[in-house]
Design a protein around this ligand. Structure first.
Ligand code: FES
Length: 156
C-alpha cells in the first residue's frame, strides 16, 4: 500500500494505492498530469488546479482526493448515492464514513468503490477480484421489481 501527497500552490492531492481499481479515468482525463511514465507520476504543474480537481472528481474509488490549501474541501453531493456497477462494485459518491464492527470510523471519503462480490482482499473496498471470480450480479439491483427500494413504504 502506498500513500503519497502532492502539492502545488493552493492544491494538495492525496493518492492511496490501496483504493485504486485502475479505472484509468485520471490517465485519460488529464494525461499531462497523471502520467505513469513520469516520476513522480502526478505532475501538478502541468495543468490548472481546476482541471486537476475536475479530473480527480471522476476517480470512482477515491484513490485520488484533493483539498484546497487554506480550506475548501472537495465539494460533494449533499446526499450520498450508491450505484451498482454492472458485475462489479458499489460506487459511492458523496462524503461517507465507513465504520468497523465497534462503530469506530475505519475510513471516510468523498468517493468509494465497495465490494459486493465478497472476493476482495481489501474489504470493504473493491480490488477488482470480482473479475477473476467471474462475479455476475444478474442485474438484480437494477431490475424494475426493485424500483420500490427508492420509495419504501411508510413505517407502520
Ligand atoms: S466487487 Fe470488486 S472485488 Fe468485489
Amino acid at each position: 500500500m502506498t500513500k503519497r501527497t502532492y502539492q502545488r500552490d493552493n492544491l494538495i492531492v492525496h493518492w492511496d494505492s490501496s483504493r485504486c481499481i485502475h479505472s484509468g479515468r485520471c490517465l485519460r482525463g488529464l494525461p499531462e498530469v497523471f502520467d505513469l511514465q513520469a516520476r513522480p507520476w502526478v505532475q501538478l504543474e502541468e495543468a490548472e488546479s481546476d482541471a486537476v480537481t475536475a479530473t480527480i472528481e471522476t476517480c470512482p474509488s477515491g484513490a485520488l482526493t484533493y483539498e484546497r490549501v487554506g480550506g475548501q474541501p472537495e465539494q460533494t453531493p449533499d446526499v450520498p448515492t450508491i450505484t451498482p456497477h454492472p458485475n462489479g462494485p458499489l460506487h459511492v459518491r458523496g462524503y461517507v464514513e465507513v465504520r468497523d464492527v465497534t462503530g469506530a470510523v475505519f475510513d471516510a471519503g468523498p468517493r468509494m468503490t465497495l465490494c459486493r462480490c465478497g472476493h476482495s482482499n481489501n474489504q470493504p473496498f473493491c480490488d477488482n477480484s470480482h473479475r477473476e471470480a467471474g462475479f455476475k450480479d444478474r442485474a438484480r439491483v437494477i431490475s424494475p421489481e426493485r424500483n420500490d427500494a427508492q420509495h419504501p413504504p411508510p413505517a407502520t
